[in-house]
Design a protein around this ligand. Structure first.
Ligand code: SF4
Length: 241
């Protein structure tokens, strides 16, 4: 019998995020995804993707491990047509078996954003009703999620662990340690298609009203919510219970 009982996270009966993070600190992205799968099983694991400029790399690694892991895509109602087309291209190219496009609730939009101008007057509220709340609903059946944040993406992400506890479930960041050069190598090696807007100066692509081109030398997320203090939409700071 073990003298030390395993720590249990807020996700009952699962190993703690700290324990998993310690054991996966130097693991490759594929090893992190495989460990997430082994920890909770495919029925309880989802990957959240924006189908943005770097998303193909994480989706490719996931598809090589298991293309049937559910993928949640937040269709906010403000996305570029190019992003929707890219989603469909990647589904076909990578053979993704279960991509779920999640939309905000119509009644919420009618009540809180009838003129579709909330992005301008109150972008935090707009992100809440179009991203945060729909994602919280979509994640309800799952015990863990995967996402594509990297430490090189700027100060707000410089210290992310490989595994954390978002307050309701385990959150795996398989690309936490990955460099921009390694991402590029995945694109080239796997001959992945690029986001249609990447070649016109968009290093990071989100919703249309809140995305602009990035100038030479700027952080890759500098074009998001340009001119505002806002740098994140809130899905990575929410408690997803
Ligand atoms: Fe609204 Fe902009 Fe947030 Fe999209 S990124 S949900 S348009 S505030």
């Amino acid at each position: 019998m073990n003298a030390i009982a395993p720590q249990v996270s807020s996700v009952s009966a699962l190993p703690s995020a700290e324990e998993l993070d310690r054991s996966l600190r130097d693991a490759s992205p594929a090893e992190v995804i495989a460990a997430a799968l082994k920890t909770v099983g495919r029925e309880k694991l989802a990957l959240v993707s924006s189908f943005g400029t770097e998303s193909a790399t994480l989706l490719k690694v996931m598809a090589d491990v298991d293309p049937a892991i559910p993928v949640i895509f937040l269709d906010t109602g403000w996305l570029f047509e190019e992003t929707l087309a890219y989603r469909d291209t990647l589904i076909a190219t990578l053979g993704l078996k279960d991509v779920r496009s999640i939309k905000p609730a119509e009644e919420t939009l009618t009540r809180e954003d009838p003129e579709r101008d909330l992005w301008f007057s109150d972008p935090d509220a707009c992100c809440r009703i179009r991203k945060v709340e729909p994602l919280a609903r979509a994640l309800k059946p799952f015990s863990a999620w995967l996402n594509g944040r990297k430490r090189f993406q700027g100060n707000a992400r410089a210290d992310i662990p490989v595994v954390e506890d978002d307050g309701a479930r385990l959150k795996f960041n398989p690309f936490a340690n990955v460099s921009r050069e390694e991402l590029e190598a995945i694109f080239v090696r796997a001959k992945l298609p690029r986001h249609p807007l990447a070649s016109s100066g968009f290093l990071s692509v989100g919703c249309m009203p809140c995305t602009s081109r990035t100038a030479e030398g700027e952080d890759e997320r500098a074009g998001r919510w340009r001119g505002r203090a806002k740098t994140e939409c809130g899905i990575h700071t929410m408690k997803t219970s």
